[in-house]
Design a protein around this ligand. Structure first.
Ligand code: SF4
Ligand code: MSK
Length: 670
């Protein structure tokens, strides 16, 4: 039976989204929200109980004790499905990393039109990590060696992916002992597919061992490569003022929305939109110019480097088209709904696919090629401008919020210690003193089966009250941005007293935007440096930190979760569990579910759990943080010890008569 249709407040907490969903309803148009209502998830498949790996199936194991035609048990089927998802997620991130490495190579060969190496310091820092000589060498020579080294990581057959050498020493040793250091990115993904073919690996622990190896090839491999090269080519992010939500679209300009994940094309579109001939072309068409906005992680990439506004997160891709004000939606890879094209047919919006890997029936395909990037970017913009005259009635919600994104690991380092003493020491000290209780990474997608942005922002705000510093990436970061949590002092009155003191002293928002989904590797780098700076144990699993993906939906999220577990983190997913099994199954028949928590925790110190209730997510997060604090012999969390420094102290002093103020400040009265 079809689930009952929800109302707009149940669909989303975002007023801009609600306005567009009302418009969709009035126009009789469907969206992911209404399709989710009309199509309840299959309760067999969603619990991981269906196998369709061969032509003897699909086998749907609806009763405890049933096996597939080949004899595969529920546990084997769940583990295989999970391994395949993690492999797909790792493949998506890593193929993105590979393309970035090809672009870097093309840049050094002088064959990539429009690109330059913008961050020489990062190039040198990364090259040094791999003993690539830098002294007396040109950036081109260094970058050429780095591109070759990185390209080799994908097809490497033996040895270890070099990026793993950047993890804490103790963690590398642990991986070595368990035999999970990835040999080559492609090799682990291919082996994951091989092992899960009919008649191959059928032991849960053995399958999940390879899930870890594959995920590590992503986090400490393809994804980290993608982040490194994006920073080298386009600049390492630093705080910049931006805006988020559908209200960033403009009535009097040609609106071009870039959506997907790879910064290579979007950075060129940013450059092309500022070219005088493009501005003149737009003006000749009657517009004031070209207004760029992003959706999903492409939004994060150009937001944190160029301050280009974000029109929204995953569930806003259709809603942007519903404004009627988008001339072109330019997409590359990942998280692009096929529904965009049929929805766009009701408006004038042209959906333009650009990746050689992604075509959608009905979309205009203008293939991207890094050798002619700027020319192609201008061509795309001319198509959009030509379409401006076809614009019909528009409705742009007047809803937007300012934010400060761009907290890369490098910037946090600088921010806490300055140019000459760049360090994470003040962060570690604040955690050790209990001023900051712990750290949470609240990341990941939107999912139309939950209320858009609600879980992200509820969990984030509750943790902030408990003095937990929150870092965010992906669509979760955009959710917080839309609510104003990423802006300087906004909302600091709702933050716990210790965390508030730190935010006021350092001058940071309580929620730090760290980038796109591949940039979850920045969080790994932060955790590694926290270990190296001392005082919080000698490995990541000892840090009072938790990762949460409250509204996850993508296979990439599972890959991220698994590499965080392998790195020692406790990871909580909201929403549904792909390994929940049957409600009445217990103990050993829930093997996979338990293996991901207790099993992985014994091996890696990190664990993966699926928790639907947000209050339970918060409770478990705080419990974990407090347990880690106790294990490090840190003082128990006590907010009453803080709150009398920073701005609060200044206000308190200002209220005192002069003599008392001087006595309080200098110990003498006038
Ligand atoms: Fe069924 Fe086994 Fe084939 Fe899966 S591999 S579809 S369980 S017969
Ligand atoms: S875009 S993977 S919906 S975070 Fe990275 Fe957002 Fe999730 Fe896609």
């Amino acid at each position: 039976m079809a689930k009952q249709k929800r109302n707009v407040e149940e669909y989303s907490i975002d007023p801009a989204a609600q306005a567009m969903l009302i418009r969709a309803d009035e126009l009789g148009l469907g969206t992911a929200f209404t399709r989710a209502d009309a199509l309840p998830p299959c309760n067999i498949g969603s619990a991981g109980l269906c196998c369709k790996l061969c032509g003897m199936g699909p086998c749907r194991l609806t009763k405890d004790g049933l096996t597939g035609v080949c004899g595969a048990t529920i546990d084997t089927i769940q583990a295989r499905n999970l391994v395949r998802s993690i492999a797909a997620g790792a493949a998506a991130h890593s193929d993105h990393g590979r393309d970035m490495a090809f672009t870097l190579k093309a840049v050094v060969e002088g064959k990539a039109e429009g690109y330059v190496i913008r961050d020489l310091a990062k190039l040198r820092t990364i090259a040094t990590k791999y003993n690539i000589p830098t002294e007396g060498r040109s950036p081109t020579e260094i970058a050429s060696d780095l591109a070759d080294l990185y390209l080799a990581q994908f097809g490497q057959q033996k040895g270890q992916v070099v990026v793993t050498s950047r993890a804490p020493q103790k963690r590398q040793q642990l991986w070595q002992e368990h035999g999970v250091i990835p040999r080559g990115v492609d090799r682990e993904v291919v082996e994951a597919l091989h092992r899960t073919h009919i008649g191959d690996d059928q032991e849960v622990a053995h399958l999940l061992h390879h899930a870890i190896r594959t995920a590590l090839a992503d986090g400490w491999g393809g994804s980290m490569i993608a982040t490194d090269i994006a920073d080298i080519l386009f600049g390492t992010p630093a705080p910049i003022l931006g805006q988020a939500n559908l209200g960033v679209l403009k009535e009097d300009m040609v609106n071009v929305v870039v959506h997907g994940h790879e910064p290579t094309l979007s950075e060129m579109i940013v450059a092309a939109s500022q070219a005088p001939e493009i501005i003149e072309y737009a003006q000749a068409a009657g517009a004031k110019g070209v207004n760029l906005a992003g959706i999903c992680c492409t939004a994060n990439e150009i937001l944190m480097r160029q301050g280009i506004p974000a029109a929204g997160n995953f569930l806003q891709q259709e809603l942007a088209i519903l404004t009627g004000a988008v001339e072109a939606m330019v997409v590359d890879v990942q998280c692009i709904m096929q529904a965009l094209v049929s929805l766009a047919e009701n408006f004038h919006t042209q959906v333009i696919t650009t990746s050689p890997k992604v075509k959608i029936k009905g979309a205009l395909h203008i293939e991207f090629d890094e050798h002619r990037a700027l020319t192609i970017a201008k061509d795309i913009l001319r198509h959009a401008i030509d379409n401006y005259k076809n614009r019909g009635q528009t409705q742009i919600p007047n809803v937007r919020e300012s934010l400060v994104p761009g907290f890369s690991h490098e910037y946090i380092n600088y921010m806490l210690g300055g140019t000459y003493r760049a360090s994470f020491r003040p962060l570690n000290d604040a955690i050790m003193a209990g001023r900051i209780r712990g750290v949470a990474a609240v990341v990941g997608c939107n999912n139309p089966r939950s209320r858009q942005d609600y879980l992200h922002t509820y969990v984030t705000q509750e943790l902030l009250k408990q003095d937990v510093l929150v870092v965010e990436t992906g669509c979760g970061a955009i959710a917080s941005a839309k609510l104003g949590l990423l802006l300087g002092e906004a909302g600091l009155d709702k933050v716990g007293p210790g965390l508030r003191e730190v935010c006021e002293t350092v001058g940071i928002p309580p929620v730090l935007h760290m980038g796109s989904c591949v940039d979850n590797t920045r969080i790994l780098t932060v955790l590694t440096q926290m270990v190296e700076d001392g005082g919080l144990g000698d490995d990541i699993d000892q840090i009072p930190a938790v990762g949460l993906a409250p509204e996850w939906m993508s296979e990439k999220a599972l890959a991220i979760g698994a590499y965080c577990v392998a790195s020692g983190a406790y990871v909580i997913f909201g929403g549904s569990s792909p390994v929940s099994g049957m409600p009445d199954r217990v103990s050993d028949s829930d093997l996979v579910l338990h293996y991901l928590s207790e099993g992985w925790e014994k091996l890696y110190g990190g664990k993966m759990e699926f928790i639907a209730d947000p209050d339970e997510m918060i409770r478990k997060t705080l419990e974990h943080i407090d347990q880690k604090r106790a294990a490090l012999n840190l003082p128990a969390y006590d907010p009453s010890r803080f709150g009398r420094s920073g701005d609060a102290r200044v206000l308190e002093l200002e209220a005192l008569p002069l003599a008392e103020r001087q006595a309080a400040l200098y110990g003498v009265s006038a």
